[in-house]
Write a protein that binds this ligand. Structure first.
Ligand code: CA
Length: 227
């Protein structure tokens, strides 16, 4: 699941991005309201986390633009001000939750999960499935033939991407940008290593094999007849 954080305080922004990435989410961080507004309007997110006090376009304005454009993505406000008026204004504008700084990361994470659960209306969308493999987006867990498989945050994000794009050949450059948030450098084997580890966990002891290598092209997840 993909989240956008708009936060101008570097420390808080970095801390949130790191924590949420480690929790298995794909996270974009905008450090000012203008960039945040642009990303919120052009990219597709499952949740927005907006600081209210931003130097240019404030959090209210970002939320207003999103709602006026018909976007119904869940929104959580972060603010240093524990002010009833702010809270009311945020809720009137269509914010879904409100967290006052300073907060414990564990609390933010719990609320993020609650909002995502609430936001993801059709139950089917919270689980991605292929053959007997299931990935639960809310509980962040993976099972195959009902057995729990422990994945790292990156492996989880990688598997989520493969599942969402099932049957498509995904070039390493796309995987690099979506899962590692980096430009693909052909000298690095980080993706191949991650795929190998993921395979060892989800494919090695099971049939049919789901992850396929297309030499010179990339990777694909699918059920293929010839296997
Ligand atoms: Ca701020």
């Amino acid at each position: 699941m993909k989240l956008l954080i708009v936060e101008d305080e570097c420390k808080i922004g970095d801390y949130l991005k790191q924590g949420l990435t480690e929790a298995g989410f794909i996270v974009d961080l905008a450090r000012n309201g203008l960039d945040g507004q642009h990303l919120a309007m052009t990219e597709s997110y499952d949740l927005l986390i907006l600081d209210i006090m931003l130097p240019d376009v404030d959090g209210w304005r970002v939320l207003k633009s999103v709602r006026e454009a018909g976007g119904n993505v869940p929104v959580m406000f972060l603010t240093a001000r524990d002010n009833v008026d702010d809270r009311v204004k945020g809720l009137e504008l269509g914010a879904d939750d409100y967290l006052v700084k300073p907060f414990a990361f564990a609390e933010l994470l719990a609320r993020v999960r609650t909002l995502l659960r609430r936001g993801a209306t059709p139950v089917a969308e919270t689980t991605l499935k292929i053959a007997d493999l299931e990935l639960d987006l809310i509980r962040r867990c993976v099972t195959r033939t009902g057995q729990r498989i422990k994945l790292t945050a990156k492996e989880f994000a990688l598997l989520e991407l493969l599942l969402r794009r099932r049957g498509e050949v995904l070039p390493r450059s796309l995987i690099a940008s979506q899962v590692w948030d980096m430009n693909f450098d052909s000298n690095t084997n980080v993706i191949d290593v991650a795929i190998r580890r993921l395979r060892a966990k989800i494919d090695e002891d099971f049939a049919p094999k789901l992850i396929h290598t297309l030499r010179g092209m990339g990777y694909m997840l699918d059920i293929r007849e010839e296997d």
